[in-house]
Design a protein around this ligand. Structure first.
Ligand code: HPA
Ligand code: ZN
Length: 381
């Protein structure tokens, strides 16, 4: 079986991309539509929040305590691939979800949520993200006893301060954890409603195995009826991925289908799915650096190319940047440019796609479109 790129090659590739100093990609105004706010928790911020909250950081399964920031930082680089996927980092010792949910432990107070979001907004604004729709996973926090006001209050304050200080606008996508029950999803939906003016969309994430989107159809149908946009993760290479992509595109939300698909790259291998998605005008979010960690290169970029060439709108995002070799939206844009051999003109098309796909008010979209065209004109030979 062909292997995914090992860690040393991924780190070398990351450096190579940064060394290209591609001013055009840097300058293009960006819209980020696939980032989990909890996946932006850097080791540095996690260490600091743990210190402030008087916590000892541990890997829950083994009880290993992290005694230095360097040790914690190192742990971010030894996350396993998913079972069944080829990779040759023999030293890898724990799963992405162990690392990811482990990070939730330091998010206790309103200020912790504020700093998490502010750290992301500042980083994103530095890469010219003008508007973003970060995912958040409320069940991961409420099941530990965190209150809604703690979480949403921190996010709200960060959203307002970031717009004022960094000029970045945002709206949230609340995700249900698909490894929890549909009843819990429904309770979570109801609990979110007092904060609905902060939330533009509803998504579905976490461990996908044997948890098809259709299990959650009641709550997605209600959300859609209530005016929320809906989307769902269809992880690349999942054993039921074709069935799951079909459900999201065709029926999720009471029979009519979602407004977007997160990932769903395997649709490129199925002509019926391609024409279904294209026919309905559904956009797809795509986070290529994450795929590099568990899929062979030849099974990633030709598929992204095929979706793009089929005329399906694609928004390239960053997923869980802190846990993916510190690769943010800029690295992901540079990566697709190189590996799909996208021209500058095609990269501008991708920038426009993300604006088309986002759920911002028309005035916000128009301003970003104008800025994109100015950068395109400025870089024209
Ligand atoms: N996949 C599925 N669920 C997630 C992820 C991911 O990469 N990150 C956060 N929730
Ligand atoms: Zn994701």
């Amino acid at each position: 079986m062909e292997q995914a790129l090992p860690l040393n090659k991924r780190l070398a590739l990351r450096q190579e991309l940064l060394d290209t100093s591609d001013g055009y990609i840097l300058d293009l105004p960006k819209v980020e539509l696939h980032v989990h706010i909890e996946g932006t928790l850097t080791p540095e911020l996690r260490w600091e929040l743990a210190r402030r909250n008087n916590q000892t950081l541990r890997l829950e399964r083994t009880g290993t305590a992290y005694t230095s920031l360097a040790q914690l930082r190192g742990s971010y680089y030894i996350i396993e691939p998913r079972p069944g996927h080829g990779i040759d980092n023999a030293e890898e010792s724990f799963t992405f979800f162990e690392a990811y949910y482990g990070g939730f432990e330091v998010l206790v107070k309103e200020d912790d949520f504020y700093e998490l979001a502010m750290n992301y907004f500042e980083m994103a604004a530095g890469m010219k993200v003008r508007y973003c729709e970060p995912f958040f996973d409320p069940q991961g926090h409420t099941r530990k006893g965190v209150g809604w006001e703690t979480m949403m209050g921190g996010f709200r304050r960060a959203q307002m301060d970031a717009e004022e200080r960094f000029g970045i606008k945002s709206s949230w996508i609340m995700c249900f954890l698909r490894d929890m029950s549909p009843e819990s999803a429904m309770e979570t939906y109801q609990a979110m409603l007092p904060y609905r003016n902060m939330v533009v969309g509803i998504g579905l994430d976490s461990l996908e195995d044997d948890r098809p989107p259709s299990m959650f159809d009641d709550v997605f149908a209600l959300a859609k009826k209530d005016g929320f946009r809906i989307t769902a993760h269809c992880d690349v290479g999942n054993k039921d991925t074709y069935q799951n992509i079909r459900q999201v595109a065709a029926t999720l939300g009471g029979g009519s289908g979602a407004h977007r698909i997160d990932h769903g790259l395997n649709a490129a291998q199925d002509p019926d799915l391609l024409s279904l998605i294209k026919g309905k005008g559904i956009g797809m979010t795509c986070t290529p650096w994450g795929y590099l960690r568990h899929e062979p290169v030849d099974e990633i970029f030709p598929r992204i190319r095929r979706l793009f060439d089929a005329g399906i709108p694609i928004a390239v995002g960053s997923d869980d940047p802190a846990y993916m070799e510190d690769t943010w939206i800029l690295h992901n844009w540079l990566l697709v440019k190189k590996m799909c051999a996208f021209s500058d003109r095609e990269m501008a098309t991708l920038a426009r796609h993300a604006v088309d796909m986002c759920w911002a008010p028309e005035g916000v979209k128009a301003a970003i479109r104008e800025e994109i065209e100015a950068v395109v004109a400025q870089h024209e030979p």
